[in-house]
Ligand binder design. Structure first.
Ligand code: PXP
Length: 242
């Protein structure tokens, strides 16, 4: 069964636009859970442009389903994860000027640091996932450093315009899934997934978890976040049955 983690960063983006106290991502998380989400995902960025330390602390206290903390491997952020102890962390690259996480993490280049972070997280009982492109080297490096899971970057799939390009990206995701599973990694997927493009990815067997943010929060402006979450869950479940 594929489960949905709702990424609620952009609820905090709206709050930060006015540096006020609403809308509160903690309220959003409650609504997502009530709609049937299996997890809540938040990215504590070094620049704190949306989610801030207070959100992470309160969400740890209030989220009853899985709390997945997206983060880079910088020392101060790793120490916060050790203190807060989310259920899972997803390691992402982070550039200060980017609009959102752009590429996947380079696990080959940062293998030494990744090994240290994985050990520190495992000591605290936290699962580790890496957000990576469906590349052989990245998958192998994630397995060799002891990660529990990988999140396959679906951005290239989401940006594909023609049927041929879409098919090519889906095949890459399927190959990535196969290699990851051979290497005993749990497989997640996310980035750029929407109500329009979720069906084809949700049909890929073996993907266990989707992290979806922007599209759900965008729809929530019109229908509310509980309904927006429920609609995405319904689409995932329907596609899986096909
Ligand atoms: N997965 C990861 C690792 C991400 O960094 C993001 C964006 O924060 C997402 C999933 C969600 O992407 P989107 O907001 O496009 O659904």
């Amino acid at each position: 069964m594929v489960v949905l983690n709702v990424n609620i960063d952009h609820v905090a983006t709206v709050r930060q636009a006015r540096r006020t106290d609403e809308p509160d991502p903690v309220w959003a998380a409650v609504q997502c859970e009530l709609a049937g989400a299996n997890g809540i995902t938040i990215h504590l960025r070094q620049d704190r442009r949306h989610i801030c330390d207070r959100d992470v602390r309160l969400l740890k206290e209030t989220v009853a389903c899985k709390l997945n903390l997206e983060m880079c491997m910088a020392g101060p952020i790793v120490r916060i994860a050790e203190q807060i102890r989310p259920d899972q962390i997803t390691l992402v690259p982070e550039k200060r000027v980017e609009l959102t996480t752009e590429g996947g993490l380079d696990c080959v280049r940062h293998k030494k640091r990744l090994l240290q972070v994985v050990k520190r997280m495992h000591k605290k009982g936290i699962l580790v996932s890496t957000f990576i492109a469906p590349d052989k080297e990245q998958i192998i490096a994630s397995a060799q450093t002891g990660c529990d899971a990988i999140e396959l970057h679906t951005g290239m799939y989401a940006n594909a315009k023609t049927q041929r390009a879409i098919r090519k990206r889906l095949t890459e995701l399927e190959r990535g899934r196969d290699l990851a599973m051979e290497n005993k990694l749990v497989v997640h997927a996310g980035h750029g997934l929407t109500y329009r493009n979720i069906a084809d990815v949700a049909r890929i067997k073996g993907l266990c978890e989707f992290n979806i943010g922007h599209s759900i929060v965008a729809r929530a402006v019109f229908v509310g976040i509980r309904q927006a979450t429920a609609q995405m869950i319904e689409l995932i479940n329907k596609s899986e049955l096909k």
